[in-house]
Ligand binder design. Structure first.
Ligand SMILES: Nc1ncnc2c1ncn2[C@@H]1O[C@H](COP(=O)(O)OP(=O)(O)OP(=O)(O)O)[C@@H](O)[C@H]1O
Length: 576
């Protein structure tokens, strides 16, 4: 689709540039001589949504459907009026224009663009990039003065300037106009604009001509690029505006990318430091629940107490057993067996060993895992699945510190500590007659609860980053959406599920940051939760958002939410 303007005399003007100026002065793209039209009166510019018309400077009257507008989108067929001239936007597949605009790029723009892009692509702090951006735009437009004002709500700040500028320039009607409309403003001659006569920028900087344009880099605060010329320099013309807009669009893109990279780096640095401080014997986590677990492991490690490790599937029970063994100081090995993975006969042979001929195929004597754990630790994973018939043999081992190989009658002395793990409520198994109570008493001299991942707050992010780093792929961090998705997902499979999601994503994804979709945590993938868990997850997210919106202050967030500070800590799962 090609667009054109129908002028008052019926001619068509092809809109082939992103910004088109309309006015009486010859430098304008569309030159009109109708009464009431000013030297530079209106600007038309194109973005992803289509064409928009705006007043070129505050005193210029632009009307759409009879109403005065600062800025108005135009659809094909829409007209706007400036002075006594009516212009209409048209669109057609085929267009033969009567007037062809000059589309030759300015010779000074191309080298500046190239240099500008290469300078911006070198990683620098954001403040330096803004400086480079401003100087590039000021250079190409031969401005005598240039400064960049960042606008965040009521807060305005000069964040870069080509020379010293007085602080008063931040309160400026041209900046206001650009911020309000999001459109550029071109004032060729400030002397003819009564509304600008007292503007701080014009007075303080002794400007004769001004050009102000918006610069928005991703989620960064909006900036206004203010360019000025003084006595002795020619006034700004529409070509300057066009070139400045081209540079500012490019800069916005590069600044957004650079900002994302900087954020990613600081996210990675911050998490790497946190992970280092939050690692205990291979376990990662800094949540109060994990810290309490570390303290218990430290205390229990060197004792000879048998420990039952309880926790949902994939929470890290085996890691906890390994940590307990490392902290035990026992000289022997940690020997593990998964009671759910093997049939009864195999568990028996594996655990207790056998002598030659004990069963068909037993060609030689063989020590079992119990003997292998002599002087060390025997880890019985999924103890709830231990067949009842083997439980009494195991009880003898734990009670008497003796093991008898299959086919043999001579018991052998063993010195070992037993750690067992289960995700099942063993008391309920006892009640059903599926587990021996006396064995449970023996195995559970102390019980350790491993918390579910969803109860560990931001540990999920620490572990996710740790896994990503270990994988060593291209991805170095997570997008904001992915971070939120990780925080909000209930992880029924706990750490094991997290590890496999991150591994798979880091192998399959190609970018520097993994998104929620890469982790298969899109909106549709979130499973339904029990209402209590959903409510808790929502409250946690809401409290976090309140803290973020309060600039990180938990106190202010508590006030805004109408709850006490202690409650905020409680919802976050933190100790105050
Ligand atoms: N706190 C942690 N930090 C880092 N990685 C962990 C943590 N906890 C568990 N993992 C990793 O998660 C995976 C599952 O852990 P583990 O096998 O210990 O869980 P489990 O509770 O014994 O599982 P199951 O119930 O299936 O026996 C392993 O790859 C382990 O290394």
């Amino acid at each position: 689709m090609r667009f054109f303007l129908t002028l008052p005399d019926g001619r068509h003007f092809a809109l082939e540039k992103p910004v088109v100026s309309v006015g009486t002065e010859p430098a304008c793209d569309v030159v009109l001589s109708s009464p009431g039209v000013k030297a530079s009166h209106a600007l038309l510019f194109r973005d992803a949504r289509g064409w928009t018309v705006s007043a070129a400077s505050p005193g210029c009257d632009v009307r759409v459907r009879g109403k005065r507008v600062d800025l108005s989108p135009l659809a094909p067929g829409d007209s706007f009026v400036i002075g006594r001239a009516t212009l209409t936007l048209g669109a057609s597949e085929e267009l033969r224009s009567h007037l062809q605009p000059d589309t030759t790029p300015s010779s000074r723009l191309l080298p500046v663009l190239t240099d500008f892009a290469s300078r911006l692509l070198v990683q620098r702090p954001a403040s330096e990039l803004l400086d480079v951006t401003l100087r590039g735009i000021a250079d190409v437009t031969s401005s005598d003065v240039g400064f960049l004002v960042s606008v965040e709500g009521d807060r305005r700040q000069v964040v870069a300037s080509t020379g010293s500028v007085p602080a008063a320039v931040v309160v400026d009607s041209l900046v206001d106009q650009v911020v309000a409309s999001g459109a550029p403003v071109l004032v060729p001659d400030v002397a003819v604009e009564a509304s600008l006569a007292g503007a701080p920028s014009v007075l303080a900087l002794r400007l004769t001509s001004a050009l102000v344009l918006p610069l928005r880099a991703g989620s960064a605060p909006l900036c206004a690029v203010y360019l000025g010329r003084r006595v002795g320099s020619p006034p700004f013309a529409s070509r300057d505006l066009e070139e400045a807009m081209a540079l500012s669009s490019l800069a916005a893109l590069l600044l957004a990318t650079s900002r994302e990279l900087t954020e990613l780096r600081s996210q990675v640095d911050n998490l790497t430091q946190r992970i280092a401080a939050a690692t205990f014997e291979g376990l990662i986590g800094e949540s109060p629940a994990m810290r309490s677990l570390y303290r218990q492991i430290e205390r229990l490690g060197p004792t000879s107490l048998h420990v039952l490790i309880q926790g949902e599937t994939g929470t890290g029970k085996e890691e906890v057993a390994r940590a307990l063994h490392r902290r035990s100081g026992r000289r022997g090995r940690l020997v593990a067996i998964n009671c759910a993975a093997l049939p009864e006969s195999l568990i028996e042979r594996e655990l207790f060993g056998h002598v030659r001929g004990a069963f068909s195929g037993a060609g030689a004597d063989r020590a079992g895992l119990v003997e292998a754990a002599d002087g060390g630790t025997l880890f019985l994973d999924e103890i709830g699945d231990m067949p009842l018939s083997l439980q009494s043999r195991l009880l003898r081992v734990v009670q008497e510190h003796e093991v008898t190989r299959l086919g043999e009658h001579r018991p052998r002395k063993v010195d070992m500590r037993v750690l067992s793990a289960t995700h099942q409520p063993l008391k309920a198994l006892v009640a059903r007659g599926a587990f021996r109570e006396d064995l449970l008493f023996r195995l559970e001299e102390v019980r350790l609860e491993v918390p579910a991942l969803r109860e560990r707050g931001d540990d999920v992010l620490l572990i996710a980053h740790h896994v990503l780093k270990q994988e060593g792929g291209r991805a170095r961090g997570f997008t904001q959406k992915a971070t939120e998705a990780l925080r909000g997902h209930p992880f029924p499979g706990n750490v094991r599920e997290l590890v496999s999601r991150v591994r798979r994503a880091s192998i399959l994804a190609s970018g520097e940051s993994l998104g929620a979709e890469d982790l298969d945590l899109g909106a549709d993938a979130t499973p339904l939760l029990p209402l209590d868990a959903a409510r808790d997850a929502f409250v946690l997210r809401y409290v976090r958002e309140a803290i973020a919106r309060s600039g990180g202050s938990k106190k202010d967030a508590a006030r805004a939410l109408g709850i006490g500070l202690r409650s905020v800590f409680r919802y976050l799962g933190e100790e105050d």
